[in-house]
Unconditional design. Structure first.
Length: 255
């Protein structure tokens, strides 16, 4: 990247994050009908990497049952991407085994440390399935990678996100429940959980009563790239108060 392009990019991110401060003092300023990337404070993204992730994930194939070649391939792909993005492992080599035998069913968990010393010990958790490659699940996986990548780039230059962000690629609904039986981040220090995709939107029983829970599913009527852009925007809308605000947001009762 040329020095001039880098300057423009940093200026764009800086301008966007300046709007976070303005937005934090306003309530109800977001219009639910606004298009993708409309959230004030959302770091700039061009969608190129999400297209690559979608393509790679779809090439692996839809049958990703534990023990299959496709399951192993998507596991390796996600490990490479987490490492490339700069996400720290929350488990040895990111892997949380939970099936029998333990090398078949597993979750992949990493985290991006928050930048605010008073808030980094609390976290928001992003769950995304990787056990199937059809329809919305590849979109959900790609969106989670894109969001973590953008946040990792942003935190190098600005105090954002304030809280730690945990990413857990879960092996199906059973993998989600396995995460909550043995969480990578203490549940009493988890402020919000967002589930992308999956077959159930039920709130896990392990979550405390003051933890925000929301399940978001890609719009199946849209093309994958449009569905990904929309889901990315919706996800960041939910997480924004936790990533930028200096205080714990009010409880949102969403199931």
């Amino acid at each position: 990247m040329s020095p001039s392009s880098r300057s423009i990019s940093l200026f764009s991110i800086g301008l966007a994050l300046l709007l976070v401060t303005i937005a934090a003092g306003c309530s109800g300023s977001s219009n639910g009908d606004e298009g993708p990337r409309s959230v004030p404070g959302f770091p700039v993204w061009d969608g190129a990497s999400i297209q690559i992730d979608l393509s790679k994930l779809n090439q692996i194939g839809p049958n990703r049952a534990a023990g299959t070649t496709a399951h192993r391939l998507v596991h390796l792909y996600l490990l490479d991407r987490l490492h490339d993005i700069g996400i720290q492992p929350a488990q040895p080599n990111y892997v949380q085994p939970w099936g029998l035998p333990p090398d078949t069913s597993l979750n992949l968990i990493g985290f991006l440390a928050g930048d605010d010393p008073s808030l980094r010990d609390t976290a928001v958790v992003l769950l995304a399935p990787f056990d199937a490659g059809v329809g919305g699940r590849s979109v959900s996986t790609a969106v989670a990678l894109e969001l973590m990548g953008v946040l990792a780039q942003t935190t190098r230059f600005y105090r954002y996100p304030t809280r730690t962000v945990v990413i857990a690629f879960v092996d199906g609904d059973e993998g989600m429940h396995a995460y909550f039986r043995n969480p990578a981040w203490p549940l009493n220090a988890t402020d919000a959980v967002v589930r992308l995709g999956g077959t159930t939107s039920s709130r896990p029983r392990a979550l405390g009563p003051f933890t925000t829970w929301q399940a978001l599913v890609p719009d199946a009527s849209l093309a994958p790239d449009s569905a990904a852009a929309q889901l990315l925007d919706r996800t960041h809308r939910v997480l924004l108060p936790y990533l930028a605000a200096p205080v714990v947001p009010a409880l949102e009762a969403v199931d």
